[in-house]
Design a binder for this molecule. Structure first.
Ligand SMILES: Nc1ncnc2c1ncn2[C@@H]1O[C@H](COP(=O)(O)OP(=O)(O)OP(=O)(O)O)[C@@H](O)[C@H]1O
Length: 368
C-alpha cells in the first residue's frame, strides 16, 4: 500500500526550556486526507505543525512522512510545504516571480520555472494577474498566491497555519470551499491549523482537537461533534450542553442519573457504572424542546431564560438551571417566533435519550 503523504507522529514531545509545549502525541494522518487541528490559544497546534514542517525539532519521538523518518531532516527535503498565516509574499516581486521563487533557489532555469509558475497561478485562478505586485491584490488573491507558492514545490503534504484568519467572513467561506476543491484535485495531504470549529468540521476528513499540548480526540468531524469524548471536547466544539449528576440506578449499559435538584435522566453508557458514581453527558442543543409543562418524567431540566439571541436559521436560548454551565437550546426560528420567550420566563427543556452522549475522559476545561 502506498504511504505517499502519510504522516506518522510517534511519541512526539516538545519542550522550550522547562515548559512542555507538546506532551506525548501519537497519531497517524492518512495520506491524501484533509486534517484540521484545533484547540485553544497556546495548546501547541502551531508547534506540532512546525515540527512536521521541520521548523522545530521534537525534544523526543519520531516523525515519518511517506514512510521516511524525517525527524531531523531539513525543511526543504521532507516533502512538505508550509503556508504562513501572513502569507509572507515578497513585496518587490510580481506574482509570477513570487510563485517561481523556490524553483529559482533550486536552480531551475528561467523559462521552465516561469512556465510552472504560470501553471500554478492558473490552478488558483490568478494567471491573468501574473504581472501584478502583491500590494495590488485583495486579501483572498494574496492568499491564493501564497497557496500557489507553497504548492509549486510539489509537496506530499501542505501545512496551513490559520490560512483563512486574515480574511473577512464572506471571503473566508469562499476560500474554504476553494481549499477543499484544491485538496480534492491535488490528492495530497493537507494539515490545516484553525481556531474556528465550523471551519474544522466543514473541511476535515479528520479533526484533531488539542488541549495543553496533547490530543484529546482525533476522529471524523461528525464523531467529534456528535460523540465528544470528554466534557472538554463537548464544550470546545460547541453544539452540546454538558450535564452532570450521579448514577441512581443501573441496568447493564443503560443507567438512570440524578442531578442536583432531583432531575432524573436515563441514558446509555459506554462503560460499567455503579450507583453513586459521578457522570457527565452531553445533550445536543438543537435536539431539545422547550415546553411549558413537562411531557415526560425523565430527561427534563427546569430553567429560567437568561438570554435570547436570534441567529437567522435558529434562536439561541440560554437557561439558568441547577447545572453549573448555562444550558443552551437552539430553537427552530418559526417555533420560537410562534411562542417567543423573554428573559425571566420559567420554562422546561426536555429531550430524548437518543440525543445524549456519555462523556468519558477527565478533561473538564472549557478551552478559551
Ligand atoms: N520558541 C518558543 N519558546 C518558548 N515557548 C514557546 C515557543 N514557541 C511556542 N511556545 C509556547 O508553547 C505553547 C504552544 O504554542 P503554540 O504556538 O504551538 O500554540 P498554538 O496552539 O498554536 O496557539 P495560537 O492558537 O495562539 O497560535 C505556548 O504556550 C507558547 O507560548
Amino acid at each position: 500500500m502506498s504511504k505517499t503523504g502519510e504522516i506518522v507522529l510517534e511519541k512526539i514531545t516538545k519542550s522550550f526550556g522547562n515548559f512542555q509545549a507538546v506532551g506525548t502525541v501519537d497519531q497517524v494522518i492518512e495520506g491524501g486526507s484533509y486534517c484540521c487541528m484545533i484547540g485553544p490559544s497556546g495548546c501547541g497546534k502551531s508547534t506540532l505543525l512546525r515540527m512536521i514542517a521541520g521548523h522545530e525539532t521534537p525534544t523526543s519521538g519520531r516523525i515519518l512522512i511517506g514512510g521516511n523518518d524525517v525527524t531531523t531532516m531539513r525543511t526543504g527535503e521532507r516533502g512538505t510545504a508550509l503556508m504562513f498565516q501572513d502569507y509572507a509574499l515578497f513585496p518587490h516581486l510580481n506574482l509570477k516571480d513570487n510563485v517561481a521563487f523556490s524553483l529559482k533557489i533550486h536552480g531551475v532555469a528561467k523559462p521552465a520555472r516561469q512556465e510552472q509558475a504560470m501553471e500554478m497561478l492558473a490552478r488558483v485562478e490568478l494567471a491573468n494577474l501574473a504581472d501584478r505586485m502583491p500590494f495590488e491584490l485583495s486579501g483572498g488573491q494574496r492568499q491564493r498566491v501564497a497557496l500557489a507558492r507553497a504548492l509549486i514545490t510539489n509537496p506530499q503534504v501542505l501545512l496551513l497555519d490559520e490560512p483563512l484568519s486574515a480574511l473577512d467572513e464572506f471571503l473566508r467561506l469562499k476560500m474554504r470551499v476553494e481549499l477543499k476543491r484544491l485538496q480534492d484535485d491535488l490528492g495530497i495531504t493537507f494539515i490545516h491549523v484553525t481556531h474556528t470549529q465550523p471551519e474544522a468540521i466543514a473541511l476535515a476528513d479528520k479533526v484533531i482537537v488539542m488541549d495543553h499540548g496533547i490530543i484529546e480526540q482525533a476522529d471524523h468531524p461528525r464523531a467529534v461533534y456528535d460523540q465528544p469524548y470528554s466534557p472538554y471536547i463537548a464544550r470546545f466544539m460547541g453544539g452540546q450542553n454538558v450535564v452532570t449528576g450521579t448514577i441512581a440506578a443501573t441496568n447493564g449499559s443503560q443507567v438512570v442519573a440524578e442531578a442536583e435538584g432531583g432531575a432524573r435522566f436515563d441514558l446509555p453508557v459506554k462503560r460499567d457504572m455503579a450507583i453513586g458514581d459521578p457522570i457527565s453527558f452531553a445533550v445536543r442543543r438543537d435536539k431539545i424542546r422547550i415546553v411549558s409543562k413537562a411531557e415526560q418524567d425523565m430527561n427534563t431540566l427546569q430553567g429560567e431564560v437568561i438570554n435570547v439571541e436570534y441567529q437567522g436559521t435558529f434562536v439561541k436560548v440560554g437557561l439558568n438551571t441547577t447545572q453549573d454551565d448555562e444550558f443552551i437550546v437552539y430553537m427552530d426560528d418559526r417555533a420560537y417566533f410562534d411562542n417567543p420567550l423573554k428573559v425571566g420566563d420559567a420554562v422546561i427543556s426536555e429531550w430524548s435519550s437518543d440525543n445524549v452522549c456519555h462523556l468519558l475522559g477527565t478533561n473538564n476545561s472549557s478551552g478559551d
